[in-house]
Each structure stands twice: as C-alpha cells, then as structure tokens.
Ligand binder design. Structure first.
Ligand SMILES: O=C(O)CCC(=O)C(=O)O
Length: 209
C-alpha cells in the first residue's frame, strides 16, 4: 500500500503538538498506534528483544547503565554512543511494523533503532544530546514510547533564560526531533520514587557509515 493510503488509515486519531522552542524543531504525535497495537507491541518487545546490560566507567570504576538497551537495524551500521560500541541485531517483524508507520510521519527512512527498557522509576537516562558523529548534522530522531508514561525533559545548552521543558511521552506516541534540536538542547528521562510500570523506548536514527 502507498504511504499516503496508509497515512489516511491513522491520520484522524492523531493528536499533534508542535513545540515552539528556539533552536529546535520538535513535534509530538499521540495515538500513532492504537491502544490494542501499543499493548501488543509492548508485550512482544518486552519479551523478544535481546536486552543487554551496558556498563559505564566513571573515575576508573565500572557501573551498570540504569536501564537495559538493544540496537537493531541494517546490520552493516555499527553505532557508538556514550563510549559504548554496539553492533545491531537484524530488524524483526515488530520493529519493521513500527518503523514503517513512523517513517510516514517523519518522511525519513531510518537505518537503526536504539531501544531502552526502563524497568522501574529507578531506571533513567541522564542529560545528553544525540549528537554522535555518525548521526551527521541536524539528525532526525524519531522516539517511540510504549508502557508507562515518563516525562522527557529538555534544556537548552547555553541559554539559561529558557526554562526546562517537560513532555509526557505516552503509550503509542512518537516524538520527532529535527533541525538543530540535538545541537542546542539536552534531554533526559529522570528517575522517580513513584511505583511505576516499565517503559520501552525506541529511538530510530540514520547512522552514516
Ligand atoms: O527514553 C527516551 O525517551 C529517551 C531515550 C534517549 O534519550 C536516547 O536513547 O538517547
């Protein structure tokens, strides 16, 4: 089926929010996946993805990264982030289903998907920019969420007058970041002491070799 025909099948349920932030181009799409699709994908990804526990070195000591991760994609595209080098697993059916849907909204073909599993409120992702060399200038990052809603915090790297922004990333949503966003804004998923369910995040990227 042509992309515009597929788009017609889900465009009416989309809730779209544009964030008017300097040096950024950020759009949130809620309901990209129906509740039924989101529930099925969450369960399937939770149990079938090859989740791994990465380690980071800090002052010569090794620590577990506070979440599980996995890299899937075109298998000739290795990826290095935060000093961790990953070789992708080949795309599976769930990921191709998600990828096909979000590529229509992003108008972009992605090569790779980095997945994060936040098992509880104690799992988190600290301030960073997705600005690795392999992602090129002005990368398009498409971030899909399933499971517990977690706040996605954004802060400008050098304009202290701008307040931190908080975007709730709901089950079945897509956050699209484009333009200069990754050069000027850091993002994070903070910890919480609340008892919450797990969350799965998929960030689709284009990795240039
Ligand atoms: O979990 C999220 O929404 C953010 C993921 C993220 O920042 C990353 O993988 O670089």
């Amino acid at each position: 089926m042509q992309d515009h025909n597929v788009f017609n099948l889900f465009k009416d349920r989309l809730e779209i929010q544009h964030f008017n932030l300097p040096d950024a181009d950020i759009i949130l799409y809620d309901n990209v996946f129906t509740l039924e699709e989101s529930d099925t994908l969450y369960k399937s990804l939770y149990s079938t993805i090859n989740w791994q526990q990465d380690k980071i070195k800090f002052y010569g000591k090794e620590f577990n990264v506070p979440r599980l991760t996995a890299l899937y994609g075109d298998t000739n595209k290795s990826y290095r982030y935060s000093g961790i080098s990953m070789h992708p697993h080949p795309w599976n059916t769930d990921l191709l289903f998600v990828k096909n849907r979000i590529e229509i909204l992003a108008k972009t073909k992605f090569t790779s998907c980095l997945l994060n599993l936040y098992r509880s409120g104690q799992d988190s992702n600290d301030w960073h920019q997705d600005n690795e060399k392999e992602l090129g200038v002005n990368p398009v990052i498409a971030s899909v969420s399933f499971g517990e809603t977690r706040p996605f915090k954004l802060k400008h790297i050098n304009n202290a007058n701008l307040k931190t922004v908080s975007i709730p990333l709901n089950h079945g949503s897509l956050l699209l970041m484009k333009g200069t966003t990754q050069h000027f804004w850091k993002h994070k998923i903070p910890k919480t002491t609340r008892a919450i369910d797990p969350r799965i995040n998929l960030t689709f990227r284009i990795v240039h070799s």
